[in-house]
Design a protein around this ligand. Structure first.
Ligand code: PAF
Length: 281
């Protein structure tokens, strides 16, 4: 596995590969890898000649200095995992390499960035758009892989590519959420949960699976109440938002019944640890 920390060195290798018509799959990550990331890597390996995984904790997408500070990091463990899964190239630049100077670029994201995560994490998606655009400009992958666990991010990246990378032909592949055996969506943040919080956290996916069903007899109003009440009754959990949205516009649906083409998205605090999940109908 080749490890690059500098854009220029990665570019030299990429130029050689592209000259030979090699197809490139790209898996952007913030490290602290788990089975969810590995599923993206496996898919990319199946569909491309060469796979590049990036490991970069992007400060621009954190709106809390504490959250950034506490974000788990273990580069050597990540390298080992990637090597064991036969990844080809890892790109792990430092902050100066990706942000040599202050940038004020604003991405117009058609309001997709102002609801749900965007409402509670101001500037988050501007930060995501900034770093993903930089990676896309450097790597120009044929295919880029994102997890459905970050549903809003996936919708925004698709929009970003449609609007800002019209000529580049980058295909965005959204892969299913990988879950722990009890249903908890895999996330690097799960590492921060203590025993009691971990036990409580499973209630998030369990509640979504119980109430988000295509043939549900409950109205949207009742579903929302049941979900909020079930989760908030747990002493460790507090729901930040629970929205049932159109898959493309991310706006709350107007209908009172669950219908095809909608996704229920939730953010819950397990004490101070923020977890997100979603289930589509
Ligand atoms: O999903 C993530 O881990 C991050 O938002 C991403 C896409 C790697 C950008 O920093």
């Amino acid at each position: 596995m080749n490890i690059y920390r500098k854009i220029i060195n990665l570019n030299v290798n990429l130029a050689k590969l592209k000259k030979n018509g090699t197809t490139i799959g790209f898996v952007p990550t913030m490290g602290s890898l788990h089975e969810g990331h590995l599923s993206l890597l496996k898919r990319s390996k199946k569909e491309n000649d060469v796979t590049i995984v990036s490991l970069f904790v992007n400060p621009e997408q954190f709106n809390s200095a504490v959250d950034l500070e506490l974000y788990p990091r273990d580069e050597l463990k990540d390298f080992k995992m990637l090597e064991e899964h036969a990844n080809d190239i890892v790109f792990c630049p430092d902050v100066k390499e990706m942000y040599p100077k202050k940038e004020e670029h604003f991405f117009e994201l058609d309001g997709l960035d102002s609801v749900m995560e965007g409402k509670y994490r101001s500037g988050h998606f501007q930060g995501v758009a900034k770093i993903v655009s930089k990676f896309f400009e450097i790597i120009k992958p044929n295919n880029a892989y994102f997890g459905k666990k970050d549903f809003q991010q996936a919708v925004i990246i698709k929009y970003l590519v449609k609007k800002y990378f019209k000529k580049s032909d980058i295909n965005i592949v959204i892969c299913d959420t990988v879950r722990e055996p009890d249903g908890l969506a895999m996330s690097s943040r799960n590492l921060r949960l203590n025993k009691a919080q971990r036990k409580a956290a499973v209630l998030v996916s369990q509640t979504l699976f119980k109430y988000i069903k295509k043939d549900s007899k409950l109205s949207i109003t009742d579903i929302k109440k049941k979900v909020f009440d079930t989760i908030n009754e747990n002493q460790y959990l507090q729901t930040e938002y629970f929205n049932i949205v159109n898959n493309e516009t991310l706006q709350d649906i107007e209908s009172e019944r669950l219908e095809h083409g909608v996704t229920a998205c939730i953010a819950v605090y397990a004490d101070e640890i923020r977890l997100i999940d979603n289930v589509s109908v």
